[in-house]
Design a binder for this molecule. Structure first.
Ligand code: GLU
Length: 513
């Protein structure tokens, strides 16, 4: 037998912005596809038209592209199984529901919403904890299993409203092997007779998902833990449709928890806990008030996609070594489903920031300079790209996000108007002021303007003043930048240039005495 081609899919529903948990699901699918030389598909599961949110599909595509998750086949790309959007595949599903009916695995149900409510009320009154339409209750309902054949035919011919339900057996063990969780065994009495086709002729998620995974020859279904309870039902569908032999392998990923471990990280947690839970910013509408809402995104908050990807990869997987920094290619090499954990992963906002700092520092200055140049442009400050590169070069060890460059590097463009009071009170006195005046006088004669030269000149000038450099260094920094801390001081002087430093020293002496 030839090895089965690895084909995985990410199958989001366009019901809003993609949560970072969804991005992790897409990422793990992508890593496995690339690792095993397979294909990554994107299918949009939009059979629930009531939950459709405009812009969500575009958001999904943009978010995946930003993260570097490349789709081989699917929405936005096309491929041999097009269309990849379920609403556009609507005519394909009915035949499979009909097949299930013909084979005795599904049935028509004509119950009205009132009849369904009455059934639930009856069961609740009888203290049934979880009333369901199932192998027991179906016997009391209006469906093609209880009604005479001619009545069923008359109802169908007369255009009566109906749904098609799966006939779940009463006493059967449904088992399947999950790649992450091992054997999962569920008794069929715990599964209800799920609706497969709705009265509007749309398939439900369950039917469409199985039909599409089969037709699209999906080999592995990798998805969030919230789908684990549906998996036994899906196994029954594969069996009843005669597709069990090619049923995909299942892998249900661990839950993502809030940072304190108290429950699932939800879409609302971002605003509450002060960090984004979405890859990109999302402009939405509040469901209750109808007011426009804005949810933060990693991209707009200044995270680099490499950092988010590296972080998400570790939320539920580890390489089994101490290495933490992985490029996408390295993740592809290292990834395996066997190393995905089944225990939930706690979100850690400090860790994602740590990854961001790492990736920011690893970037060449030329790639970071545009962030500073953009901010300078907004403030109508002219700066050469070379100078911007020098500045981000000395600042990148000190910032977490590209947007911090401007905030932290402002003093390269604006002479201080205030001086850190703690440094002034501790380090500034008349003697220090005189020493800095001497340094200002000596600077124009510096043999060359390198950090080393300016430092030597400083040490020599201080020695001539009878002071140790350490007594004056902090005062020098505060005089030139206004701040108590910053990058290498003499590098800073070089970037500022001697005339500017001299001017700032003189101004500080005037201001501070
Ligand atoms: N449409 C489902 C979702 O939104 C897909 C679940 C699956 O991967 O089977 O998550």
């Amino acid at each position: 037998m030839t090895e089965r081609e690895v084909r995985v899919r990410f199958a989001p529903s366009p019901t809003g912005p993609l949560h970072i948990g969804g991005v992790r699901t897409a990422l793990y699918n992508y890593l496995l596809a690339r690792k095993l030389g397979g294909k990554m598909l994107l299918r949009i599961e939009d059979t629930d038209q009531n939950r459709f949110v405009p812009g969500a599909e575009e958001y999904i595509l943009e978010a995946l592209a930003w993260c570097g998750i490349v789709i081989d086949e699917g929405v936005g790309v096309g491929g041999p199984h097009a269309p990849y959007k379920q609403s556009e595949r609507k005519p394909m599903y009915k035949q499979y529901a009909d097949q299930l009916i013909a084979d005795g695995h599904a049935y028509y149900a004509f119950d009205t919403p009132e009849e369904l409510d009455a059934m639930r009320a009856r069961l609740q009154a009888a203290k049934v904890p979880n009333p369901q339409y199932n192998s027991i209750t179906r016997a009391q309902m209006r469906n093609s299993l209880t009604l005479p054949e001619d009545e069923v035919k008359a109802l169908l011919d007369g255009g009566a409203q109906y749904v098609i339900r799966l006939k779940v057996p009463r006493k059967e063990e449904v088992r399947f092997q999950d790649l992450i969780r091992g054997w999962v065994v569920v008794h069929s009495s715990a599964i209800d007779d799920k609706v497969l086709m709705k009265s509007d002729g749309m398939p439900t998620y369950h039917l469409a998902n199985i039909v599409d995974d089969h037709l699209m020859e999906i080999s592995h279904v990798i998805r969030g833990e919230e789908w684990l309870p549906s998996a036994p039902l899906h196994v029954l569908l594969y069996r009843y449709l005669g597709w069990e032999k090619t049923m995909p392998q299942f892998a249900h990923l661990p839950l993502l928890l809030k940072p304190d471990g108290t429950g699932k990280l939800s879409k609302r947690d971002g605003d509450r806990l002060g960090f984004p839970v979405f890859p990109l910013e999302w402009h939405g509408i509040d469901g209750d008030t109808g007011e426009p809402t804005l949810s933060r995104g990693y991209r707009e908050d200044g995270y680099l996609p490499e950092a988010l990807v590296n972080f998400l990869a570790f939320l539920g997987w580890n390489p089994g070594s101490q290495q933490e920094i992985f490029s996408m290619d390295e993740l592809i090499q290292a990834f395996s489903i066997e190393r995905v954990s089944k225990s939930p992963a706690k979100f850690d906002q400090n860790k994602v920031k740590w990854f961001n700092e790492h990736y920011l520092r690893a970037k060449p200055n030329a790639e970071l300079a545009p962030y500073l140049l953009e901010a300078l442009h907004e403030h109508a400050i002219v700066c050469s790209p070379e100078k911007a590169e020098q500045i981000v070069g000395v600042m990148k060890e000190r910032v977490s996000f590209p947007k911090d460059f401007w905030q932290e590097a402002k003093y390269f463009f604006q002479a201080p108007t205030e001086y850190d009071p703690a440094v002034v009170s501790k380090k500034w006195n008349a003697e220090v002021g005189a020493a800095l005046t001497a340094y200002a006088a000596a600077l124009p004669g510096a043999p060359a303007v390198s950090a080393e030269d300016l430092k030597t000149l400083f040490n020599d000038t201080m020695a001539a003043q009878g002071l140790k450099p350490g007594q004056v260094l902090q005062a020098l920094r505060v005089a030139v930048t206004g701040a108590a801390a910053g990058p290498d001081l003499f590098e800073t002087l070089v970037i500022l240039g001697v005339p500017e430093v001299v001017e700032r020293l003189r101004a500080a002496v005037v201001a501070l005495g």
